[in-house]
Design a protein around this ligand. Structure first.
Ligand code: UD1
Length: 331
């Protein structure tokens, strides 16, 4: 029988790509999502890619009672918990919204796991927990620094709750760096129903709408003055979830905290250049002020994920930027 996996936030950006990967690897994903930053149409898009029906329940994950009443909890082998707000800048303006939603939904999921005796959790965390790191690249042993935004604080708190919770023995915390790109079919990608915030969707949008892209600061202490990040194809991030689930099912070790990135530091200006070269297109940009909450420079050492999971990113940044632009053009 195929293993049933609950995916909260499964119509979201990383969630939808993970659902496709789960189906590809023979799992039976069940999606729970409140569609706050996605659309129901994502389900039919996933079904089109996978040629398979997908179960979906529209519920807010902070509503524990409603979650409990869902007819889905028999024989669940694991939960991948993505459902969360994810905009650094929005979190600076609305900290309470971020704290109550991101921490509240995790608490509800942990209570459900205890109630229905579900053993395995994969939690969607972020490199944001490292704050402004003292040393680069960051490993999982790097110090957890002061949070630079309420969003970062929610990810730090959620990790702490999972690690200290008696509800759960088997968990994997995946600290993603900057997922970009889209599925090669252009059927799923980053939707950005609310105002887009992330660099790559904003590059695409600026080209499509013939507007300017603003580069947030060129006076950082980096090689060209712009912030440095570790960009990784979203499908490689998705595959890490399936690999870690398999590990939770089969190995004796039951607790993982892993960096998931490409292990390359790329500046904002370099990424813009790479976007231009990959897609043979010009980006119209201008340097503007720094954005509140931004980290100066961060990129990963992912040797632990490579060793533990035998997971290796398969796609280049160039491929991700081609897929991102195709997604934007086709949607
Ligand atoms: C942050 C988190 C990341 C999380 C993501 C979720 C950190 C270090 N990273 O990503 O873990 O998954 O939020 O949304 O906290 N930029 C511009 N102009 C723009 C947009 C962005 O210059 O119009 C710059 C930003 O200043 C930043 C870089 O591009 O230096 C990447 O920004 P973005 O794509 O928003 O991601 P992070 O903020 O790094």
């Amino acid at each position: 029988m195929t293993k049933k996996i609950i995916v909260t936030g499964g119509t979201g950006y990383i969630g939808s790509h993970t659902v496709v990967e789960l189906i590809k690897k023979g799992y039976n994903p069940v999606i729970i999502d409140n569609l706050s930053n996605s659309k129901k149409e994502v389900i039919s898009r996933i079904e089109k890619i996978c040629k398979k029906k997908v179960s979906f329940f529209k519920i807010d994950c902070t509503k524990e009672k409603k979650l409990k009443e869902l007819p889905i909890w028999d024989d669940v082998k694991g939960i991948i918990h993505f459902a969360a707000h994810k905009s650094v800048s929005e979190s600076v303006d609305f900290p309470k919204k971020y704290l109550s939603n991101n921490i509240g939904s995790l608490e509800a999921i942990l209570n459900i796991m205890k109630y229905y005796k579900i053993e395995n959790l994969v939690f969607s965390s972020s490199c944001t927990v490292y704050g402004n790191p003292e040393k680069l690249p960051v490993t999982e042993k790097s110090k957890i620094q002061e949070p630079t935004s309420p969003y970062a604080l929610t990810k730090q708190k959620c990790e702490e709750i999972i690690i200290k919770s008696s509800c759960i023995n088997n968990y994997a915390i995946l600290r993603y760096f900057n997922p970009i790109g889209a599925h090669k079919s252009s059927l799923i990608g980053e939707l950005n129903l609310n105002k887009p915030n992330n660099l790559v969707p904003l590059i695409s949008k600026s080209i499509k709408e013939k507007t300017k892209l603003y580069v947030y600061g060129d006076d950082y202490n980096t090689h060209d003055g712009t912030c440095v990040r570790d960009y990784i194809h979203v499908c490689d991030v998705a595959s890490a979830h399936v690999k870690v689930l398999e590990k939770l099912f089969t190995s004796n070790k039951k607790k993982y905290i892993l960096n998931i990135g490409l292990s390359k530091g790329v500046s904002v200006l370099e990424l813009i250049k790479q976007f231009e070269q990959a897609n043979n297109i010009k980006v119209n940009y201008e340097i503007s002020n720094r954005r509140e909450g931004d980290v100066e420079q961060i990129y990963a050492n992912c040797k632990l994920a490579e060793k533990e999971l035998k997971w290796f990113p398969e796609r280049s940044i160039k491929q991700a930027l081609i897929d991102a632009w195709n997604w934007e053009k086709n949607n």
